[in-house]
Design a protein around this ligand. Sequence first.
Ligand SMILES: Cc1ncc(COP(=O)(O)O)c(C=O)c1O
Length: 407
Amino acid sequence: MRATASAGSEAAHLRVRGPFDQHTAGEDAMTLAAFGSVEELLLKKTTDTPVFCFYPKALRAAARCFVEGFPGQVLYAVKANPSPHVVRWIVEGGVREFDTASIREIVLVRGILEDARYSFNHPVKHRNAIVAAHRDWGIRDFVVDHMAELDKLLEVVGSDIVVQVRVATPNPHARLSFNSKFGATPGEAVALLRALAQRGAAAAVSTHLGYQTTDPGAFGKGLQLVAQVVEAAGIQPAYVNVGGGFPSVLLPKGSSLKDYFHVIGATHAGESSISAAPLKCEPGSALAHPGGGVLTQVLLVKENSIYINDGIYGALAELIHSKIQPPTRVLMRDGTERTGMLRHYTVFGPTCDSYDTIPVPFELPAALREGDWLQLGMMGAYSSALITDFNGLGVHEFAVIGDYSRP
Ligand SMILES: Cc1ncc(COP(=O)(O)O)c(C=O)c1O
């Protein structure tokens, strides 16, 4: 693979920063060291710090897959990976609209795409945040799931806005349900939609099926429930937002996101109460996962256990929920791949407590040695955003693999 102009940079050019530094819009102006491959990076690396790798090509491709395949408008849920670089590559893949959960996310996106469109899609917002979003950032699209939040919202900014009513959609096929925290029951949602009509704000409907929904049919069922709510409320929604929840790391073998797009499109077309309303979605993990990877080094091999220099307080936090071994390669210090017979290892992170344990065993070469590097793929979502400095071990380097200068 060809490296960019900065690919020849010394390893010292890798940015070494704490977790929050990379989330400021200012970072967009910075160049990260780019390498043609992870092997090249390892050959030039002089430190023992874990590396978070960005894959721009994969991010653009994931964005294009949604923009070209989803039967409606695609928003990126910034929380999945708020790196300005990631946002930029997703924009280069064709996404122009964003699901934001805070003023900082709004500011971050504005720093990258001046004419970006946003929704403030956190169902629970501070009054100050509502004011700032509306007055300073021109946001006119919000979400609620309770009458008290609707009262607060309309009291603060008036009714010249679109309000999405978030409906809880029970779904046994999600790895992590959000329904215990967010989402109105059908009855509550009907009341909210009617209240919106009475109070003069435009009504839309949204849902979130839950993290990593492994059955496309669950989106169909969710949409049917939304359609029933809309019919009972007797309103015409401005749009229907099916949320995130698309699978990436847990995409079942043999299926593709097209299956999900197809079910969503067909169900939408078949439900007369919502078929005239445009569709939206706001994926986080399905857009960000393919665009990130982690390089973490083996500190110690103890029989069937290994200790590595990244863990659940670092960039591997999301493995607690996905509970799978991400696509893994083992590389020796010179970048050569270690292969051969495999065995199962318990994987421990670097901090001094037992919670820092990867919840599933990893299958790795039996010849694994201290100093080897694990190259973990599909780590772009809920990873670099969650790095903490617990035990003083939060420092990561950030690097680009591939050419990030051109779409
Ligand atoms: C409102 C909202 N939309 C979208 C997402 C992204 O979800 P996912 O990563 O499952 O696509 C989330 C995740 O928390 C969310 O809370």
